[in-house]
Design a binder for this molecule. Structure first.
Ligand SMILES: Nc1ncnc2c1ncn2[C@@H]1O[C@H](COP(=O)(O)OP(=O)(O)OP(=O)(O)O)[C@@H](O)[C@H]1O
Length: 637
């Protein structure tokens, strides 16, 4: 079995994904894609973009800000008032030069005092308003980002195995970190700056027009070509920036992939090859970063040059007009200050627009992820399983005209019908790639069948709630996964309300009690870090105890003994017998001893069940299982 989680029970949410704008059933495009299983050169997942419905980014942003709408309006009002206070400054200078100074010459200090007081009040008001605005907008953005990160995590967890097999964890981490950070950078500082720049431009334009019609029109006219120039410069730097962020993703992906597969790296001595690949990716990242910085420097230098030239031309023209008495000196002073303020943010504008673009791209990627629907949706009106019929916990399982193909491959399981009797165990054998794991995954509802139904006591698995399904079907895979926490917590994962007595009872029944009590803190030993303090065999025992405590109707076991020595194997066989007792069980078997334990054997080949019978019947026959059995026996001899 290829899955590595231990109790990846059918969580009712797995399966081939559909994006919000991808109406077809998940598997219909398989042949059209012409892709090999598991890959697919035209798989959009290979590019770092998921199909995203139109307007999804805006809808996402709206849904994040809506709960804070009052505060958003308050923040908008604050910034409007703050900018009004800031932009009053040059106007007060004009009043000083043209009115307060002449009045002072006539020994009237009143206007100057008035202007000075107004200046002071504006400065204080601007400071206070900014303080409140920054606090308020900071709180809004923190809460919105907290919500966003939570949504990304929850949604990633809810998406199916199929999705995770195609969309690497490195990418998911990038979504939850770098992309959310890009948004944070924009919301925390960038957006405030952008709004300030936009508002100040409007205020300044109004003020210049108010002070002098001609000067105002000339200043505004100069902004248009300047904007075109700035835009083209900004495009270049944006391209460089995009290249840089594209180069970041493979770096993160390589890093996480290597660390996730650190054991395989050691086993196959991949360190040197990995170092080389990483060095190449790192170099590329460095180069693109350098390009982005250089473009930004060019942008700052040129935009400043252009802006300063425009200010100089307008000031010279105004000076001629003052000399010709067609413009007051105070207006010249005020206008010069306004012009500086108008052009000043131009060099920052490039950075701001880049931050905006980066945030927009990140928002789009996140909304693409969030608009992926779980391929195995929750039942809308879930049904409850009927009361238990037999003495044991087992329930009948029926595969009714079931067919299955993975999204990225051809049909793996051609149409078949099969009934698994309640409380009986079935060993599934077959060559690698025969479809054993796929068969088990359908039963655990990791995927929904492409055609037909899987029934549990007469109910389609799709009609059961996720909780009911998780309670009823448990899958234990080869490499038992322990979550960080104590041994007791790990055993209780399938039944979090279990008492300590029940946990210990399960461990004793499995034969795990002795090794657990020998651990430093017994049941309270923290397994931390993927259970590295616990051996592979011991982890298997923990996962059996977990399954026994969960008491499911259906238990799926991947052959668990392959990594154990013979005495260990025997102990596990006993544990297996205990945990299987009375349940409907499917055991993917690689060993004779496991097969002999089962009531029935299914031999799979190329996705079909080619032999079906009791172990004794099949052994006595002349089929493939009889051959396999003989090989096993010969190997044991
Ligand atoms: N996620 C997937 N996407 C596409 N194809 C897959 C996927 N998982 C498995 N397959 C393909 O489905 C077929 C059956 O695989 P499966 O894992 O069910 O076989 P298996 O009998 O369990 O093999 P093994 O004993 O090696 O685990 C194989 O051809 C495999 O390549």
């Amino acid at each position: 079995m290829t899955t590595s989680e231990t109790t990846g029970q059918g969580d009712g949410r797995a399966g081939p994904e559909r994006s919000g704008n991808d109406p077809g059933p998940a598997n219909t495009d398989t042949t059209a894609l012409g892709a090999e299983p598991g890959s697919g050169p035209r798989d959009p997942f290979d590019r770092d973009s998921l199909p995203t419905p139109k307007g999804a980014s805006r809808a996402l942003l709206g849904s994040l800000l809506r709960p804070h709408s009052r505060r958003v309006w308050a923040a908008a009002l604050l910034v409007l008032l703050q900018q009004a206070a800031v932009q009053a400054g040059p106007l007060l200078v004009t009043l000083t030069v043209d009115h307060a100074v002449p009045a002072l010459r006539n020994h009237d200090a009143g206007p100057l005092l008035g202007v000075a007081t107004a200046y002071l009040l504006c400065a204080v008001a601007a400071g206070i308003l900014q303080y409140v605005f920054v606090q308020l907008s900071g709180r809004i953005s923190q809460e919105a980002l907290l919500e966003l990160r939570t949504r990304v995590f929850r949604h990633s967890q809810a998406l199916s195995l199929d999705f995770h097999e195609r969309y690497t964890s490195g990418r998911l981490i990038t979504r939850a970190t770098t992309d959310v950070e890009n948004l944070r950078a924009l919301l925390n500082n960038g957006l405030q700056d952008l709004i300030t720049v936009a508002l100040s431009t409007v205020y300044i334009a109004v003020m210049l027009l108010y002070l002098d019609w001609g000067l105002g029109v000339a200043a505004l006219a100069s902004v248009a070509p300047l904007a075109v120039f700035v835009h083209s410069l900004q495009q270049r730097s944006m391209r460089a920036y995009r290249n840089k962020s594209t180069a970041t993703v493979p770096l993160i992906v390589k890093f996480t992939e290597t660390l996730n597969g650190i054991r395989a790296v050691r086993v196959f001595r991949r360190e040197q090859a990995n170092d080389q690949t990483f060095a190449a990716l790192n170099k590329r990242h460095e180069r693109t970063s350098g390009d982005a910085t250089l473009e930004m420097a060019r942008y700052v230098v040129f935009s400043r040059l252009v802006a300063n030239t425009a200010v100089a031309v307008l000031v010279v023209w105004s000076a001629y007009r003052v000399a010709a008495d067609t413009l007051a000196l105070g207006v010249l002073a005020g206008a010069a200050l306004y012009l500086r303020r108008l052009y000043d943010p131009i060099d920052r504008l490039g950075t701001l627009l880049n931050a905006y673009q980066a945030a927009a791209a990140s928002l789009e990627k996140i909304s693409g992820l969030l608009s992926q629907c779980p391929g195995v949706p929750e039942a809308v009106a879930p049904l409850a399983l009927p009361a238990q019929r037999g003495a044991g916990p087992g329930r009948e399982v029926v595969f009714d005209s079931v067919r299955f193909a993975y999204r990225t491959g051809g049909e793996v399981l051609p149409r078949f019908d099969l009934t698994l009797a309640a409380g009986r165990s079935v060993a599934v054998v077959g060559a690698t790639g025969a479809g054993k794991s796929t068969f088990a995954k359908l039963l655990a509802r990791f995927y929904d069948p492409t055609g037909g139904r899987v029934l549990l006591d007469g109910l389609d698995l799709r009609e059961l709630s996720g909780t009911e399904l998780r309670r009823s079907v448990v899958i234990v895979v080869q490499e038992a996964f322990l979550f960080s926490g104590t041994i007791a917590e790990n055993i209780a994962i399938g039944r979090p309300d279990a008492t300590r007595e029940e946990i210990e009872h399960a461990a004793k029944a499995i034969g795990a009690h002795d090794f657990i009590t020998a651990l430093p803190d017994g049941y309270d030993t923290d397994v931390r870090k993927r259970g590295c303090r616990i051996s592979a065999g011991q982890r298997q025992f923990v996962s059996f105890a977990r399954a026994l405590l969960a008491d499911p109707a259906v238990l799926i076991l991947d052959e668990a003994t392959s990594s154990l020595d013979v005495p260990g194997e025997r102990a596990v066989q006993d544990a297996m017998r205990t945990v299987l007792h009375g349940r409907t069980a499917v055991v993917i078997a690689h060993r004779l001893s496991t097969v002999e334990m089962a009531d029935r054997v299914l031999l799979m080949s190329d996705g079909r069940i080619v032999e079906d019978g009791t172990p004794a019947e099949l052994i006595a026959g002349r089929g493939r299982f009889a051959e396999l059995y003989q090989t096993w026996r010969d190997n044991l001899a």
